[in-house]
Design a protein around this ligand. Structure first.
Ligand SMILES: C[S@@+](CC[C@H](N)C(=O)[O-])C[C@H]1O[C@@H](n2cnc3c(N)ncnc32)[C@H](O)[C@@H]1O
Length: 309
């Protein structure tokens, strides 16, 4: 199991292009042109063999997913039945999905095995196709459409009709960690989630949820950060909690080499509104450095942001 995320490796020199307030306020607005960094990032996605950067891990097991995600993930997955659907965004080679269909999974989750039956349908999504022989062998053994692999596009490039609805969506260092369009990404996730469905994800090195209540001695930027209009830092958790129609819990996992914050989002009604975030800094990496400007003041984040880049 990958207990530790291999070091986060920013690839770029940290070029900051401030574009806030210049027409990118809407969730579906085009991101500013960080063209050098974006092409470096594309190089990471397309890297193969020895050229794959050490931090770009694409083969995490289901056990590794369970370690990175909030504890509720295990039970939610185990509770899915044959009529349910699971979407894994940023699935890499899809190892976690393959693990779910093994006899070992049932041996480890005896409870509910009968109800699960032949298990949920799964969709693994990745920008680049990283399937290996094991994926194809497993797909041949399972019923048609039991597992699908979508590649060649990002989440935002799929229509709601193409994706359908899911009871469970996961993202382990996938699009949620890599996208420049975080608020649009969340809109897409919530549109694809059934009411009462859950989205589990995680981020490395963020301004933690409870930081507003205790002194935080940190004057360097976080890998992913949100800045309010007044320059104060906002947490990802505070932003998620400002989205309507969802229930959110955030958990700091400080035992990891680089601390991660894990999120569980349950959709409670249909009309979610996601406060817009505008990207103002992007540097390629595994995952990339990202800074977002919040369009509205996010509460629960009064600490001043000292970092200058
Ligand atoms: C570091 S790999 C993680 C793979 C897998 N989750 C694991 O832990 O082994 C990042 C994955 O996210 C995918 N990805 C990044 N941005 C994405 C987006 N916007 N939509 C869909 N997939 C995305 C990449 O193509 C890749 O499959």
């Amino acid at each position: 199991m990958y207990r530790l995320l291999k070091a986060a490796i920013p690839m770029g020199a940290g070029i900051a292009l401030a574009c806030a307030g210049s027409g990118f306020a809407q969730n579906n607005a085009a991101a500013p042109a960080f063209s050098d960094e974006v092409s470096k990032q594309a190089g990471i996605y397309q890297s193969r063999g020895e050229k794959v950067p050490g931090g770009y891990v694409t083969d995490r097991s289901l056990l590794a997913y369970a370690a990175a995600l909030p504890p509720g993930f295990r039970q939610t997955l185990a509770d899915l039945g044959p009529k349910d659907r699971w979407l894994d965004i940023g699935a890499g080679r899809g190892q976690a999905v393959l693990d779910y269909y093994t006899p070992r999974y049932d041996a480890m989750h005896r409870e509910g095995q009968e109800r699960r039956g032949k298990k949920a349908q799964s969709v693994a999504m990745s920008i680049e196709d990283r399937r290996n022989a094991l994926w194809h062998q497993t797909a041949e053994k399972l019923e048609a459409e039991q597992i699908r692999y979508l590649s060649g596009r990002r989440l935002r490039e799929y229509s709601a009709a193409e994706l359908g609805k899911f009871a469970l969506i996961t993202d382990v260092f996938g699009g949620f960690s890599y996208t420049q369009y975080l608020s649009l990404f969340m809109e897409k996730v919530l549109a694809a989630l059934e009411v009462n469905g859950s989205f589990y994800t995680t981020l490395i090195d963020v301004y933690p949820e409870n930081a507003a209540n205790r002194p935080l001695k940190r004057d360097t930027p976080f890998l992913t950060e949100i800045v309010n209009a007044d320059g104060s830092r906002a947490g990802i958790c505070a932003w998620l909690k400002s989205i309507s129609c969802i229930a959110v819990s955030c958990e700091l996992k400080s035992e990891w080499e680089a601390p991660i914050e894990a999120y569980q989002v349950r959709k409670v009604c249909d009309k979610a509104t996601v406060p817009a975030l505008t990207i103002t800094h992007f540097a390629a990496g595994t995952p990339p450095e990202r800074r977002f400007q919040a369009q509205q003041m996010l509460t629960g984040s009064p600490a001043p942001r000292n970092a200058a880049r």
